[in-house]
Design a protein around this ligand. Structure first.
Ligand SMILES: *[C@@H]1O[C@H](CO)[C@@H](O)[C@H](O)[C@H]1NC(C)=O
Ligand SMILES: *[C@@H]1O[C@H](CO)[C@@H](O)[C@H](O)[C@H]1NC(C)=O
Ligand SMILES: *[C@@H]1O[C@H](CO)[C@@H](O)[C@H](O)[C@H]1NC(C)=O
Ligand SMILES: *[C@@H]1O[C@H](CO)[C@@H](O)[C@H](O)[C@H]1NC(C)=O
Length: 258
């Protein structure tokens, strides 16, 4: 999965004294080093990652285990099974009441591009847990950009249809029937204290981990969605000096159950 390879190139670049330009792109060739599992997963000293299973999109999602918040979220309802894991990268939107000098930012939805990390969740959970903070420091590629090396890894889009309705649309040109759904917040739990607070080591905090339930009466191919391993996304504590609406960069894993 090219996007993850790029993520690791970026991670290594970020650790270097003079960070290279961060970009979405691919880097072919190079020296592959086999991990202890030998058969399908390769890490080139942390710079590149490749899974034959993942490239072929064949993996056993029933092996994947959701990370647990410091105060655990409720478990998925009995009978549901994990259907898809996506890495979301985008913005949380907020509004400020400029007529009120003591106003605080109010959540006003989110917009994110979703990337298919199902096989990473199944096969390489330690790697998955590192991806949100890495993705946060990368720009969001346009979902319509077919020349982007990550185009083929896009699961779809996450956005809000009204202030309290989170929508997931996994139907794209590449896979027209992966499903959609409208969700409402069912439970929230603070992110771990050491979670990434914003881009490039700065920021106002980490949005909580969430459990979302399908909205009654909505046409839903998915029943529950968890937002986990969040990075960034929190607004400043007050509206002082802020415009009437603004965006805060974030990334998170979304685990979709059906
Ligand atoms: C992408 O998602 C589909 C559907 O959820 C899944 O079957 C497939 O294994 C995934 N591919 C990768 C590379 O994660
Ligand atoms: C959230 O989940 C916790 C743990 O399962 C539970 O104790 C709490 O009541 C839930 N909160 C809401 C608002 O449902
Ligand atoms: C101003 O904002 C604060 C913080 O949200 C709120 O408690 C207060 O009621 C607001 N005042 C008015 C006049 O809306
Ligand atoms: C907030 O999100 C919407 C998409 O839901 C986007 O079009 C808009 O430009 C965003 N930003 C602001 C500042 O409203």
């Amino acid at each position: 999965m090219l996007w993850v390879q790029v993520a690791f190139v970026a991670a290594v670049a970020a650790a270097a004294p003079a960070p290279a330009e961060k970009r979405w792109g691919s880097d072919h060739g190079g020296h592959w080093w086999a991990t202890p599992s030998q058969t399908s997963d390769y890490i080139d000293f942390g710079k590149r990652w490749r899974s034959r299973d993942a490239v072929n999109g064949v993996c056993d999602l029933s092996k994947a285990q959701m990370p647990v918040a410091p105060t655990p979220l409720p478990s998925p309802a009995a009978g549901l099974s994990l259907s898809h894991v996506a890495l979301g990268r985008g913005t949380q939107n907020y509004t400020c009441d400029l007529s009120n000098s003591t106003a605080i930012p109010v959540a006003a939805g989110a917009l994110a591009t979703l990337f298919n990390v199902s096989c990473i969740a199944a096969d390489l959970p330690d790697l998955l847990s590192k991806l949100s903070p890495i993705a946060l420091d990368l720009p969001v590629p346009a979902s319509s950009d077919k020349s982007s090396p990550v185009y083929n890894s896009m699961s779809g889009r996450h956005y809000f249809t009204d202030l309290t309705t989170a929508f997931f649309n996994l139907d794209t040109e590449l896979h027209p029937s992966w499903g959609q759904g409208s969700f409402k917040k069912a439970n929230a739990s603070a992110a771990p204290a050491d979670a990434t607070k914003g881009q490039f080591g700065k920021g106002d905090g980490t949005v909580p981990w969430l459990k979302l339930n399908a909205k009654m009466g909505a046409v839903n191919q998915y029943q529950e969605v968890y937002r986990l391993n969040t990075a960034g996304g929190q607004p400043p504590k007050t509206c002082e000096g802020l415009p009437a609406s603004f965006e805060v960069q974030y990334s998170a894993e979304y685990w979709l159950w059906k």
